[in-house]
Design a protein around this ligand. Structure first.
Ligand code: FES
Length: 132
């Protein structure tokens, strides 16, 4: 539910549920998404267009080596991958702020339907770590 996502982070990890079948797609960690809520005024236009009530969603799998992006930098409001310290900016379409990650995290557009957060489409961008 949208109210479960705290304003200003940290991110919550979740698996999307198929809206038709009700099946939670937790069979692969590549389906894992991170949800974070930010002030909509802080989101760039691209990100705001995919957000629902300030909540944005990205793949939780680092684009560098595929680690889970588990850390949150509260002061700068960035995701931090603990493996090699790549930072990603959730308000700016998860661009790489610093670190060895070669590209942004894949984004998942959201919408709110009947009070529930649901995906408004598939991932935008490639999910998973860089090719060796
Ligand atoms: S796996 Fe995330 S920075 Fe290397």
């Amino acid at each position: 539910m949208p109210e479960d996502v705290p304003l200003g982070g940290p991110q919550l990890f979740s698996y999307p549920m198929d809206p038709v079948t009700g099946v939670v797609r937790d069979g692969s960690r590549l389906n894992q998404v991170m949800l974070v809520r930010l002030d909509p005024m802080d989101l760039n236009n691209e990100t705001r267009g995919r957000a629902a009530d300030g909540i944005v969603a990205y793949s939780g799998v680092c684009s560098h080596g595929g680690c889970d992006v588990t850390e949150w930098l509260e002061r700068t409001r960035m995701f931090l991958c603990p493996c090699h310290d790549s930072e990603f900016a959730p308000a700016d379409a998860a661009r790489v702020n610093i670190g060895p990650a070669p590209r942004r995290l894949a984004a998942l557009p959201l919408k709110i339907v009947g009070g529930a957060l649901v995906a408004a489409g598939g991932f935008i961008g490639r999910v998973g770590g860089a090719e060796p």
